[in-house]
Design a protein around this ligand. Structure first.
Ligand SMILES: N[C@@H](CCC(=O)N[C@@H](CS)C(=O)NCC(=O)O)C(=O)O
Length: 222
């Protein structure tokens, strides 16, 4: 049995849960991090000295770093599925996973904190507009790559799609200006048809810190 440590609304827990869902793996998820706390206990720090989520636990095997967890799950459980089949596809999948970490997630997360995680009166509209424009330019690179392709690598969903696809839900639901990205929009529409994407990624995150907190705790918002 796999245990995933981490609250479900964490941007780094979500791709791991999506991979677990795509692979149909029996699992449990434990709410830690954010308002649940629990990252500073001796037991957790022993698992992840970075005091961050997600952490994968499988018996005595412990793994942290979300993209490493997604790669591990695909290698061990996803042959013929999430794991790319050729060396070239694997190399390109890893390239896009690094792009996710160093470009897309970095920029999108900064905007998420400037918008949803900041009280509306304290938001800096000019700075947010600059951040959104810069992210839009980065996404033009992915949009061009997706021209004529159904998935980021190969002809089925792989580890290349998981971290990037997870951030797309936030990108398309944040209150920002977005350029025309027709190939990404088509890709995002296809992802939204997948049950595991619906379950683990398409979870509303609210419009402000108060709503974010309520949703994190599973409480209704008005
Ligand atoms: N590069 C790490 C980043 C992990 C990370 O930043 N996790 C955040 C949540 S998204 C965290 O643990 N924050 C503290 C908290 O949730 O309390 C990964 O991909 O796993």
């Amino acid at each position: 049995m796999i245990t995933i440590w981490g609250r479900r609304n964490s941007s780094n827990v979500m791709p791991v849960m999506w991979a677990v869902g795509e692979l149909g793996l029996p699992h449990e998820r434990k709410d830690v991090g954010g308002s649940f706390g629990g990252l500073d206990t001796d037991a957790f720090v022993k698992m992840n000295p970075n005091r961050q989520i997600p952490v994968l636990q499988e018996g005595s095997f412990i793994l942290w770093e979300s993209n490493a967890i997604v790669r591990h799950l695909a290698r061990v459980h996803g042959v013929g599925g999430l794991q790319p089949e050729t060396e070239a596809d694997l190399a390109h999948a890893e390239q896009w996973m690094d792009w996710h970490r160093n470009v897309f997630a970095l920029q999108a997360s900064a905007i998420f904190f400037s918008t949803i995680r900041t009280e509306p009166p304290k938001r800096d509209a000019a700075a947010i507009a600059r951040q959104a424009e810069s992210l839009g330019k980065s996404l033009k690179i992915l949009d061009a790559h997706l021209n004529g392709r159904e998935f980021i690598v190969g002809d089925r969903l792989t580890i290349a799609d998981i971290p990037i696809g997870a951030v797309l839900y936030r990108y398309f639901n944040m209150p920002i200006e977005r350029p025309s990205l027709p190939n990404i929009e088509a890709f995002y529409s296809r992802l939204q048809q997948r049950q595991a994407y619906k379950t683990h990624i398409m979870n509303p995150f609210g419009r402000n810190p108060a709503e974010w907190y309520m949703l994190e705790r599973g409480l209704p918002i008005s």
